[in-house]
Design a protein around this ligand. Structure first.
Ligand SMILES: [Fe+2]
Length: 368
């Protein structure tokens, strides 16, 4: 680390504390698929690498704010810092760049009438993964853990909860699951929907199963389509953890390889049936997805919506099966980076040393 660098964790803490920072993103415009909330694009990448001494000539940052330059891996931002200093402007470079930022997170409390548990949404702001810590009467479950296990352990400890169960709603393709690591650290059980994909011990969840958590109940709702084993979890009949089956404004993708073939059509038809089942739940049911397609702001506002609101935005939900399958297949995005390798790791239950390289970029779990 160079003098004047700021680490991703330090930047996270500063944003969490509400510090007024001026963050400038100096990557090529084509590389800015995923950004830090509030970051301002600055198109000087090539000029910095060309040693153009006027790259920052028109740069007039606000006074009294700490300036942070950000790039993909912390090299271009260092050039920006050097040039800023030569102009008498104090600035920091994000050490490790967006690759390091990918693992950062924030939280927001979820509230809803009729829940007998407290729900904390843990948001991986640098990738859009949403996970949940749910606690009742001193015990807790974590759903779809995607950040460092210590984050969940610390959040649980602050609330005097003991994590007893860790659940993945399906075998993920965009991030390496932290479920096994977290369960090992917490002395908890790993639970997954019933399937033959993973090659490690787990407790199988079947459609209609119920899990007791303190005063609360989690009911398993099998929702094949995004993957064959995908399941949702209904908390106290009021809040539905939808995994990658249903998001706040759209639906999950039914494929991995971005191929509009017969297999994908079959998955899309299954997804349609699963979504219709969800759509029959009471309209005030709270939808709690496993991903968002936007970087998550440090605003303490949970990313949730009622089923009625989701139905208003996700117009795919109102289509018949054939129209739904055609529409979904017409809007499948490219797969997430390294998805085949990530799926292999999640099926093996392994956690690689190069996880930051594998997980670089956004999640691309949604259709549209
Ligand atoms: Fe997924």
């Amino acid at each position: 680390m160079n003098q004047g660098d700021i680490t991703a964790a330090q930047l996270r803490d500063a944003l969490e504390c509400g510090d007024k920072l001026a963050i400038y993103d100096v990557r090529l415009a084509t590389d800015r698929e995923w950004v830090i909330p509030g970051a301002i694009p600055l198109d000087i990448h090539d000029r910095l690498w060309a040693n153009d001494p006027t790259a920052l000539a028109a740069f007039h940052p606000p006074k009294g704010r700490e300036i942070v330059f950000v790039c993909a891996r912390g090299n271009t931002s260092m050039l920006a810092v050097r040039q800023a200093r030569s102009l008498g402007i104090s600035a920091a470079s994000l050490f490790g760049g967006m690759k390091a930022w990918s693992a950062q997170w924030n939280t927001a409390a979820v509230t809803a009438n009729g829940l007998h548990a407290d729900v904390i949404q843990v948001r991986r702001t640098g990738k859009g993964c949403l996970s949940y810590l749910v606690g009742s009467l001193g015990v807790a479950v974590v759903i779809d853990p995607s950040v460092d296990p210590e984050v969940y352990l610390d959040l649980a400890k602050e609330r005097s909860w003991r994590i007893t169960q860790v659940i993945d709603t399906h075998v993920h393709a965009d991030h390496v699951s932290r479920a096994r690591l977290l369960a090992a650290r917490a002395g908890a059980r790993v639970l997954l929907p019933e399937q033959q994909r993973v090659r490690f011990p787990f407790d199988a969840l079947k459609d209609g199963d119920t899990l007791k958590l303190g005063d609360s109940t989690l009911e398993i709702v099998a929702t094949p389509g995004h993957t064959f084993e995908s399941a949702c979890l209904l908390l106290d009949g009021r809040a539905l953890f939808t995994g990658d089956t249903l998001f706040l404004t759209t639906v999950g993708r039914p494929d991995l390889a971005a191929k509009a073939d017969e297999e994908t059509r079959r998955r899309a038809a299954l997804l349609h049936g699963s979504l219709q089942r969800i759509a029959r739940l009471p309209k005030e049911t709270l939808v709690l997805p496993a991903h968002t397609s936007q970087p998550v702001a440090f605003d303490d506002t949970p990313l949730v919506a009622t089923l009625a609101d989701v139905r208003r935005h996700a117009t795919l939900l109102s289509l018949g099966e054939k129209e739904f399958v055609d529409a979904v297949l017409a809007h499948i995005p490219p797969p997430p980076a390294n998805h085949l390798k990530i799926v292999q790791l999640n099926e093996a239950g392994s956690f690689p040393a190069d996880v930051a390289d594998l997980e670089v970029g956004g999640n691309r779990c949604a259709v549209g």
